[in-house]
Design a protein around this ligand. Structure first.
Ligand code: ADP
Ligand code: MG
Length: 224
C-alpha cells in the first residue's frame, strides 16, 4: 500500500473476526478504505454490518486479525499500547451516540477535558466552539441538566477542542429527534470543516449521508 502525504487514514485488507458461541464470526472481510486529510465520508450499512467495528479499528481501539491500519502515516500494528494511546489522544477524536460526557464535570470542564489531556488547551478556540455550539449560557451546568441535543453539542465541542486530525462519529445523532439531529449535524459539519479535520461518520440515515458527499456502504464485510 502506498501512503501519500494527503492520506490520513488507510485500512488495507482488514479482516476482523469475533469469537461467538456459534463459532468465529467474520465481520470485516479484507476490507480496504482510505480517507484523505480534510475529507468527509459517510459510512452506511444495516444494523450488525460492522460499522462500529470498523470505526473502532480506525480509532485504534481494537485490533484486526488481518491487514493493516495506518493513521497519519503510523502503522497501528507496529505501535505498542503506549504508542497507540498517544496517537489516539493527539490525532483521533471520537463522538458517540451516547454522548459519554463526564457527569461530575461542568459543561466548561467537559469542553476542556480532552484538549487538556492532549496538552493542546487553547482557550480562544474553546470559547469560539462554545459560542458556535450555543453553549455560552450553559457552561456552569452539569450534563444531567442538559437536553440530549445540548449534551451532544458539548460532546462535539469537547472532541474538536483538542483539534483532532481525524474525527470518527458513530451515529452521533441516533439518540436525537430528527430536527435536533439535523441542527447538530449542520453545526458539526461546519466546525469540522473549519478545523480542517477529516470526518468518518456512521449513520443509517441516507439523508445525512448525502450531506457528507462521499459515501460508502458496508455489506457482507466488504464495501459496496
Ligand atoms: P453495526 O455497528 O453496523 O451495527 P457492529 O460493528 O456493532 O455492527 O457489529 C457487527 C457484528 O459483530 C454484529 O453481528 C455483532 O453482533 C458482532 N459483534 C460486535 N462486537 C462483538 C463482540 N465484542 N463480540 C462478538 N460479536 C460482536
Ligand atoms: Mg454500531
Amino acid at each position: 500500500m502506498t501512503s501519500g502525504p494527503s492520506m490520513l487514514l488507510a485500512l488495507a485488507d482488514v479482516t476482523k473476526r469475533y469469537q461467538t458461541a456459534e463459532g468465529p464470526l467474520t465481520v470485516l472481510d479484507r476490507l480496504s478504505l482510505t480517507l484523505d486529510r480534510g475529507e468527509t465520508l459517510a459510512l452506511t450499512g444495516e444494523s450488525g454490518s460492522g460499522k462500529s467495528t470498523l470505526l473502532h479499528l480506525a480509532a485504534g481501539l481494537d485490533r484486526a486479525e488481518g491487514g493493516r491500519v495506518l493513521i497519519d502515516g503510523a502503522d497501528l500494528g507496529a505501535l505498542n499500547d503506549a504508542g497507540r494511546a498517544a496517537l489516539r489522544r493527539h490525532t483521533v477524536g471520537l463522538i458517540f451516540q451516547q454522548f459519554n460526557l463526564i457527569p461530575s464535570l461542568t459543561v466548561a470542564a467537559n469542553l476542556a477535558f480532552h484538549a487538556r489531556l492532549a496538552g493542546k488547551s487553547d482557550p480562544a478556540w474553546q470559547s469560539a466552539l462554545a459560542r458556535r455550539l450555543g453553549l455560552d449560557a450553559l457552561l456552569t451546568r452539569y450534563p444531567e441538566q442538559l437536553s440530549g441535543g445540548q449534551q451532544q453539542r458539548v460532546a462535539i465541542g469537547r472532541t474538536l477542542a483538542a483539534r483532532p486530525k481525524l474525527v470518527l462519529a458513530d451515529e452521533p445523532t441516533g439518540n436525537l429527534d430528527e430536527a435536533t439531529g439535523d441542527q447538530v449535524i449542520a453545526l458539526m459539519l461546519s466546525l469540522v470543516a473549519e478545523s480542517g479535520a477529516a470526518l468518518l461518520m456512521v449513520t443509517h440515515s441516507q439523508r445525512l449521508a448525502e450531506r457528507l458527499g462521499r459515501r460508502i456502504h458496508l455489506t457482507g464485510g466488504r464495501i459496496l
